[in-house]
Design a protein around this ligand. Structure first.
Ligand code: SF4
Length: 232
């Protein structure tokens, strides 16, 4: 049974203290769903890790939307790397030791998502289809992290108030055992993380979508008439 009482944000802090005490800078493969969600996570973690952003989101449709979100992600990383080169950064938790960020991309293949979603088309957002969607993207991240010798892997997904942080962390812990790479547990929305992601989105003029990503969430957003929604 899934535990709901874990304090994942405290677990992140504990790993960061461990890194500080060891005086090291491990490598982290960070799955990112979109620029707004990664904005705070990158600002926070770039002080402690050599981060490679893994942009792998076959859930996003249509292709134009995928490309738009991908381009925004690359634009944000470019802006952050310029800050590091010019030493012109700060941020909520800055210790003045931010590292440049690298990017790894997988080819866009929406069929991976549609295969996974078969039989789950009518699930409400936040249900079983979403759990499988988290796993699809997190498992590829863990697999790549293991293959390329990363020290840690994690995902930006827990920053969204609409995503299930206990489930994300449960999947991450399982993949950690399966692939032998440490999973950075997180609940990035906590400690004003989500609020900061909105501030950063405004600061960098980031495109904020009005649906999570898949065709089903787009349909649901139209029914709801929603304005902006964190990606997933
Ligand atoms: S609503 Fe979001 S998390 Fe859920 S299946 Fe669609 S894209 Fe994935």
């Amino acid at each position: 049974m899934m535990k709901n009482k874990e304090n994942y944000s405290r677990m992140t802090e504990s790993v960061l203290r461990e890194i500080e005490a060891a005086g090291t800078c491990p490598s982290l493969l960070l799955h990112s769903c979109c620029a707004p969600c990664s904005s705070y996570v990158l600002e926070y973690l770039r002080e402690y890790f050599y981060i490679t952003v893994f942009y792998f989101n076959p859930n996003i449709t249509p292709t134009e939307e995928y490309e738009k979100r991908r381009e925004e992600e690359l634009r944000l990383i470019d802006a952050y790397n310029r800050q590091v080169a010019e030493k012109s950064y700060g941020g909520m938790h800055s210790t003045g030791s931010a590292k440049p960020i690298r990017v790894m991309e997988a080819p866009y293949d929406a069929s991976l998502f549609f295969e996974m979603a078969q039989g789950l088309e009518t699930c409400p957002e936040g249900g079983e289809r979403c759990f499988s969607c988290y796993r699809l993207r997190m498992e590829e991240t863990a697999r790549r992290a293991a293959a390329e010798g990363f020290d840690f892997f994690t995902t930006t997904l827990s920053i969204s108030p609409l995503k299930n942080a206990p489930k994300i962390n449960e999947i991450g812990a399982e993949l950690e055992r399966l692939y032998g790479v440490r999973f950075l547990r997180s609940d990035f929305k906590k400690r004003d993380g989500y609020k900061r992601s909105i501030e950063l989105s405004h600061q960098f003029g980031l495109y904020r979508q009005n649906y999570c990503g898949c065709v089903f969430s787009e349909r649901d957003a139209k029914t709801r008439g929603s304005a902006e929604e964190p990606a997933g």
